[in-house]
Design a protein around this ligand. Sequence first.
Ligand code: NAP
Length: 386
Amino acid sequence: MVATGTARATKVEGFTDYCAMTLTSIHRSIYLAMAMLQTGLQTFNCPMVGLGTWLSSQGQVGQAVDWALEAGVRLIDTAYMYQNEKEIGDALKKWFDSGKLKRSDLFIVTKLPPMGMKASNVEKYLKKSLEALQLSYVDLYLIHCPFGLKEDDNSVNFKFREGAQVIIETDDHVALWHQMERMFDLGLTKSIGVSNFSSSQIDRIMDIARIRIAVNQVECYAYWQQKNLRKTMEKYGIKLMAYGPLGSPGRPSQVFKGTLPAVLQDPVVTTIAQKWNKTPAQVLLRHLLQLGFIVIPKSVNEARIKENSQVLDFNLCNEDMVILNGLDRGIKGRTFLFDVFPTDKDATKEPEYPFNDERDNYSMFDVQEAGDGKSPSEKDTSSAAN
Ligand code: NAP
């Protein structure tokens, strides 16, 4: 069977049903659950479930990739900034050399780092990533963040050095996008996209794009469901790739100030998990999948990697979807603020700081309006998966 791919959650469910009937292996069903990505010149498939690798340290990440591939995961999300591409590349090479997987079986994502945010730097940083990953192309290249940091002339490796203050420096997004298109033309990436971009920033690129934004990778989980931003993305057919889908509970204090959201322990989530004989993580991931989003949970633990991959053999019913949709806290649920970079001035005041966009933000009081204007009990459950 060849998956025709789809961006709609209902079709993913269709695949799951089909797989349940015809395939015994969960590995196969993961492989077959695909989202459709549009570049404007072609449409192609992206797996719906991937492995995140931020904070997966050297010495751990290669093993995590092995476990993920063994579990049937075919999408690996990394970034120049994560400083782990080399070990990921080594792990991939082993799989290719053994003949167990071909390059075309995998979907590899990496990102242009903030210090590469100059039109003249795009090719250099993509080539550095390709060299570390030991690949001739990636499947998706993303602009990691809409504002840039000045490149350190002495060392192009960005580090959170104590006391260091990096200067915020962002090139014009239009010029940057033309370079991203050139990377596509050169065959160094099969598709291009953005991460952490706001509605206005997306509009600006889509106004001039020859190669479309295929994906916007943004924080998205039960407490922060991006109900406004996703309207803009749906208008353009841009896929949402959800980062922090489990609430990103492993963040150290250097990268997160405050109380981490305990969404995995939320009684609503644990109750639904018990009902389906699944774990809270599986329920949170399944919720996002049924909303039509690609999920990239990070883990370096074998059992949890397997657990996170086993999310295609059950369906949340409409009633549960409505309840999970109702967990949205609007802007209060947002936890990635990009305000912890050691920058020379307040990043949140920068013109390209993405999270001040009024069109995307909604408060706890607007949540019902931002969703569909109805309280959970009033909702027409037939639309719960949309
Ligand atoms: P996440 O996937 O929501 O959470 C990862 C944390 O949850 C880790 O501490 C992990 O610990 C734990 N975990 C994993 N599976 C679990 C399970 N089944 N039950 C309980 N705990 C579990 O958060 P994230 O890593 O922040 O986001 C995912 C990926 O998105 C990243 O790794 C990265 O690839 C990407 N990302 C992108 C951006 C961006 O700006 N574009 C920002 C953040 C993240 P163990 O490892 O010990 O299992």
